[in-house]
Design a protein around this ligand. Structure first.
Ligand SMILES: Cc1cc2nc3c(=O)[nH]c(=O)nc-3n(C[C@H](O)[C@H](O)[C@H](O)COP(=O)(O)O)c2cc1C
Length: 157
């Protein structure tokens, strides 16, 4: 994502009618990826109880997909292999109170995934990263397991 240049949503509302974003930039190539892949794993830390700005910008640009869905009342996204799409969210936060920090960010990810016609199936949260060594080594195994589960989800839509 760091290498892809794209602007934030300007709320011009053109996509309300057309379902297509007027901004032609790096997002133009990202839309087909978001709508065509089998599954999406969001791996991002908590920033101000939400997601890092650059990723939030990407989510905001999905407003065009949201309007497409709202207008046509149909799916905007389908896995190219016909698999039922699913998502996962892996996150960390500095504060020890993960039960306060993760839920708001999780809601943002859920809204993103709902727009992409997928459900958030797996979450893995590592709080308290301000304290060195606080992430249990087993977290890496858990993350790998989630990756393996996602890679093997083959239930048809
Ligand atoms: C801009 C910024 C905002 C942050 N906001 C929060 C926050 O709201 N709550 C929190 O617990 N930690 C917050 N943090 C800490 C990060 O979530 C934490 O350091 C995380 O483990 C960083 O992940 P990374 O090492 O993968 O970059 C913030 C860090 C940055 C840089």
């Amino acid at each position: 994502m760091r290498e892809i240049e794209f602007a934030p949503c300007i709320a011009c509302e053109a996509c309300r009618e057309t379902g297509v974003c007027v901004l032609k930039d790096g997002m133009t190539g990202i839309y087909p990826l978001l709508t065509g892949v089998d599954h999406i794993i969001v791996a991002a830390p908590v920033y101000f109880m939400s997601l890092p700005g650059r990723f939030k910008c990407l989510i905001d640009r999905c407003q065009a997909l949201w309007f497409t869905k709202k207008k046509s009342r149909s799916l905007v996204a389908q896995s190219s292999s016909g698999i039922k799409r699913a998502g996962a969210f892996l996150s960390s936060c500095g504060y020890a109170g993960g039960e306060i920090m993760f839920p708001p960010a999780e809601k943002v990810v859920m809204a993103f995934m709902k727009t992409l016609d997928m459900s958030l199936r797996h979450m893995l949260y590592a709080p308290d990263t301000d304290v060195a060594g606080s992430i249990e080594p087993s977290m890496l195994d858990q993350a790998e397991k989630i990756g393996a589960i996602m890679a093997n989800l083959t239930e048809k839509a």
